[in-house]
Design a protein around this ligand. Structure first.
Ligand code: CMC
Length: 429
């Protein structure tokens, strides 16, 4: 703990607030006593200067372009680890010993099926429903199917809910896909890896055998790993805020799914691919770059820019390599969308507008190209992001529930509306 204090002078009064240091990264001014001392609130819409919690899970250095899960760099994890090991790391804080990993994988694998009644629940949706709409509903509804894991005061139930969510999200996402194309739901296969099983549930049909390509399974696993957690982003903060009222874990994760859907957040992968397709050919890039720079045009380069990264998003680097690998394997390395993406990146990164604002490709810029090449429709992109991010949401939710300092999240406001006035009868209005 640092001895530093921050001094705030308002009129003739000066107030002192402690400065708290983390293990790395910016320190924070502890203003919890601000209102009691001064009668004032801080004002920070968009939380651009606010640390809403302390956490030991994920660290981002936006200037360096660094992302660490429990201290381990994302590129090392993407290269040497795999998604379930990363899940263990995020949930329990350390890399697992071989036996621990075995046990964890076994547990997750034994929870991959969903209650048979969930199939009927799915049938209530229109076939053309967006998979994210379906997932928001189904994940929230899990609380109605798994009563034995909604008591958040019981650590055993919290643990069961966590494992269930990690295990069932691929099944739910795959079911949302199958439902939308009118094919039968495919049950999980427990001899497959987490990523291979997801591809199997999405792309196999009961009528014939299906073998998952190990290179595609590896690429899928890497996409899951790269999306597994990302500090206190909008959906994670939503999960924490929902959880701060002691809502059950399934309800909290459903809130996260709903928030992730927005195009400024997880929905950007879908929007990025649509944009690349709309651009279509390399010669049209300058027109779109000009639109992105025009303040009178709402168009933005989707998959570009980030609130925290003011350098290349480290996930985008791995994603770009994976895109080349997957397209190479599928024999479509001359894919016009990839060519447009690479050229757009080159042009944008040398344009003063993007350079001055430190706008770099983010994780969503290349992920859509890979998912598209694998055969996923754009509507599934954010659903895949949601299934990958579930472990991060749960790890953050568990951390918050176990924190003795936990308080219900309750921001205040700068009120700018009408002051107290008397009700007027209809006749006098
Ligand atoms: N294209 C063109 N201009 C941009 C872009 C973009 N993609 N992103 C930011 N800017 C400009 C913006 O107009 C502003 O310019 P000025 O200072 O002249 O007004 C400046 O850069 C700062 O932008 P901001 O909107 O204040 O930045 P923010 O931190 O509030 O927004 C963001 C971050 C990710 C919402 C934004 O960059 C954006 O809309 N990007 C496109 C959507 C996207 O790719 N989202 C995925 C984010 S990563 C994955 C995830 O979080 O889910």
């Amino acid at each position: 703990m640092s001895e530093k204090v921050a001094k705030l002078t308002i009129g003739d009064e000066t107030y002192e607030f402690p400065v708290l240091d983390g293990s790395v990264g910016p320190s924070v001014i502890d203003i919890r006593s601000l209102y009691a001392k001064t009668g004032l609130f801080t004002y920070d819409p968009g939380y651009t200067s606010t640390a809403a919690c302390d956490s030991t899970i994920t660290y981002i250095d936006g200037d360096k372009g660094e992302l660490l899960y429990r201290g381990y760099p994302i590129d090392q994890l993407a290269e040497h680890s795999h998604y379930l090991e990363v899940c263990y790391l995020l949930l329990y804080g350390e890399l697992p010993a071989p036996k621990e990993l075995d046990l964890f994988e076994n547990r997750v694998t034994r929870h991959t099926m969903v209650h048979e009644q969930v199939h009927n629940f799915f049938r209530g949706f229109r076939r053309d429903a967006h998979p994210m709409a379906v997932m928001t509903g189904v994940v929230g509804a899990l609380a109605a199917f798994y009563h034995d894991s909604i008591d958040i005061t019981d650590p055993v139930q919290r643990e069961t809910a966590s494992v269930r969510l990690v295990a069932k999200m691929p099944t739910i996402a795959a079911m949302a896909y199958k439902y939308s194309i009118g094919q039968p739901f495919v049950y999980p296969r427990n001899e497959l890896t987490y990523a291979a099983n997801f591809l199997y549930m999405c792309f196999s049909v009961p009528a014939e055998p299906y073998t998952v390509d190990p290179i595609l399974a590896r690429a899928m696993d890497r996409i899951f790993t790269l999306h597994a957690d990302h500090e206190q982003n909008a959906s994670t903060s939503t999960v924490r805020l929902a959880g701060s009222s002691d809502a059950n874990p399934f309800a909290c994760i459903a809130a996260g799914v709903a928030c992730l859907w927005g195009p400024a957040h997880g929905g950007a992968n879908e929007a990025a691919l649509s944009m690349l397709r709309q651009i279509g050919t390399v010669d049209r890039i300058p027109e779109f770059v000009a639109r992105a720079k025009d303040k009178n045009d709402p168009f933005r380069l989707m998959g570009f820019g980030h609130r925290v990264y003011k350098n290349y998003d480290p996930r985008a680097k791995v994603m770009q390599e994976t895109a080349r690998e997957v397209l190479g394997l599928l024999g479509v390395e001359n894919n016009p969308t990839l060519q447009v993406a690479q050229e757009l990146e080159r042009i944008a990164l040398s344009d003063p507008y993007f350079v001055e604002r430190k706008l770099y490709p983010n994780v969503d810029f290349y992920s859509g190209i890979i998912l598209d090449a694998m055969g996923f429709p754009t509507s599934m992109f954010t659903a895949i992001f949601a299934l990958s991010r579930t472990v991060g949401w749960i790890a953050q939710w568990k951390e918050m529930i176990a924190d003795p300092q936990k308080k219900i999240g309750r921001p205040r406001q700068l009120y700018a509306g009408a002051i107290a006035r008397d009700y007027q009868d209809m006749g006098s209005r």
